[in-house]
Design a protein around this ligand. Structure first.
Ligand code: NAD
Ligand code: TYD
Length: 341
């Protein structure tokens, strides 16, 4: 099969491309990525010389190019991951989120329809459901109540994909997963940011009281679910993917301090994120039952491996966080630390 992975040079995308190459060696994987600050070919160094992996630099908003690539490579399935993915950035500059996540998805859906694509996998997020109180978990039937510009843009894309299945008969499957962690995650998200700051002995900015809860999923468990959803998912259906690992942010931060041997005095409580979702928790029962999926990683082991990987791959994170990104990050970081909680 010939598969187009969009956003294949980002965190989840690069892990997915490598996972697919291992699990389905006969497939051709075309990796379509704009290479924004979050996309790095460096993430795919292991695949150098692999003729079954084709990288195409491109923007999902460019209809002509997208359609050309679909036709040129005889693409049968699309796994759509390309997105602006960070909530904090969506608060600072929401426009790019609407352009890439909403309009870009629309372009891909239209192009897919035009070429008669066999399957379109829309990689969505649990953030479409909004925030939970202290109990309960999101099911596929939970109402969609996104609260950040990021999650609103993902909800629009998620629903557009389902509308294309309903209205035009496009074979769409949607997955909604919880917070991922693992190798090659850009150090702006909680776990890699805290690891990198620890290694620089820099303060660790914890938003608000740090008691917000996320339900963590190892990126390789996400990849295994995506392959199952692609192959076994039913047209027009959505599937929740969650690792069953609810943790408070502050406990994650303390766990990272412990693993890097740094003192808790590095913790700095800063002003809360505007509109901060309090708790996410995913009920993946349907995905387990219908797709036969089960996560293979425990959170504690997964976090050990992830911290070790960042310790051993300093060149990677130093390189991807240099240049323009560095300037953006330093200004945001200073601003956050100057606003004590
Ligand atoms: P990421 O930010 O690490 O990577 C995004 C990739 O998309 C980058 O390689 C970037 O260059 C590419 N990209 C951005 N705009 C593009 C455009 N216009 N055209 C082509 N490529 C473009 O993101 P990630 O964390 O790997 O997330 C991947 C997907 O999974 C996203 O759709 C995200 O919403 C979803 N998701 C992520 C998480 C998570 O915890 N990271 C959780 C749930 C869902
Ligand atoms: P993040 O990794 O940005 O993912 P998301 O916002 O999509 O859940 O953040 C995870 C949690 O960690 C979230 O509750 C915000 C919090 N957080 C901090 O407390 N400090 C930070 O510096 C960052 C980046 C996040």
């Amino acid at each position: 099969m010939n598969v187009l992975v969009t956003g294949g040079c980002g965190f989840i995308g690069s892990n997915l491309v490598k996972y697919l190459r291992k699990q389905r060696p006969q497939w051709k994987i075309v990796n379509f990525d704009k290479l924004t600050y979050a996309g790095n070919l460096e993430n795919l160094k292991d695949l150098e010389g692999d003729a079954q992996h084709v990288f195409v630099k491109g923007d999902v908003n460019n209809r002509e190019h997208v359609e050309h690539v679909l036709r040129q490579h005889g693409i049968e399935a699309v796994m759509h991951l390309a997105a602006e993915s960070h909530v904090d950035r969506s608060i600072l500059g929401p426009e790019a989120f609407t352009v890439t996540n909403v309009l870009g998805t629309q372009v891909l859906l239209e192009a897919s329809r035009a070429v008669g694509l066999k399957r379109f996998l829309m990689v969505s997020t649990d953030e479409v459901y909004g925030s939970l109180g202290p109990t309960g978990a999101f099911t596929e039937e939970s109402p969609l109540q996104p609260s950040s510009p990021y999650s609103a843009s993902k909800t629009a894309a998620d629903l557009l994909a389902l509308a294309y299945a309903h209205t035009f008969g496009l074979d769409v499957v949607v997955t909604r997963c919880s917070n991922n962690y693992g190798r090659y995650q850009f150090p702006e998200k909680l776990i890699p940011l805290m690891v990198v700051n620890c290694l620089h002995d820099k303060p660790l900015p914890v938003y608000g009281d740090g008691a917000q809860i996320r339900d963590w999923l190892h990126v390789e468990d996400h990849c295994s679910a995506l392959l199952l959803a692609l192959e076994r998912g039913k047209k027009g259906q959505t599937y929740n993917i969650g690792g069953g690992a609810e943790r408070k942010n502050i406990d994650i931060v303390k766990g990272i301090l412990k693993r890097t041997g740094k003192p808790e005095t590095l913790i700095k409580y800063v002003q809360d994120r505007p509109g901060h979702d309090r708790r996410y928790a995913i009920d993946p029962t349907k995905t387990k039952r219908e797709l036969g999926w089960a996560p293979a990683h425990t959170f504690e082991q997964g976090l050990d491996d992830t911290v070790t990987w960042y310790l051993e791959n300093r060149t990677w994170w130093e390189r991807v966080t240099s240049g323009a990104y560095r300037q953006y990050f330093d200004s945001q970081y200073k601003q956050r630390l100057s606003s004590a909680a």
